[in-house]
Each structure stands twice: as structure tokens, then as C-alpha cells.
Ligand binder design. Structure first.
Ligand SMILES: [Zn+2]
Length: 70
């Protein structure tokens, strides 16, 4: 083995989809693993309600709706 054989550096090492599971935006340290309090609340409420959708909180949200299939 030689050092000349090492692979090129990855753009995001050890970054396993560090994004908000609710909307896909970069998550915030404050609201980890979410990006904002809104997403945290949405997810929490949904979790508690067992699938209940919060009115007016679905902006940019996509679940079980594959758009790449037309
Ligand atoms: Zn979010």
C-alpha cells in the first residue's frame, strides 16, 4: 500500500444526512435533529397524534407522495 493510492477527499466526511427529517433542510443544533422549532413541533404533534396533520404546517412537506412517478 502506498499513500498514492488513497481515494479523493469526500465533500462531506462523516456527514450522514445531517438534515431535518421533517423538511430536509440543514438541521439546527438548537432544535436537533430538526431545523427549527416549527419542524420539531410538527413532528412531535404528528408523533403524538399518530399521523394527524397540523393545519398550516405542511409547507414544503412531502410524505408518501412520490413525485417522480407520473
Ligand atoms: Zn425542518
Amino acid at each position: 500500500m502506498t499513500a498514492d493510492d488513497n481515494p479523493p477527499p469526500k465533500p462531506q466526511p462523516a456527514a450522514k444526512a445531517r438534515v431535518c427529517p421533517n423538511c430536509g433542510k440543514p438541521r439546527s443544533e438548537r432544535y436537533d435533529p430538526f431545523c427549527s422549532k416549527r419542524c420539531a413541533d410538527v413532528d412531535l404533534h404528528r408523533w403524538l397524534k399518530g399521523g394527524y396533520v397540523i393545519p398550516g404546517a405542511e409547507s414544503g412537506e412531502r410524505e408518501s407522495e412520490p413525485e417522480d412517478e407520473d
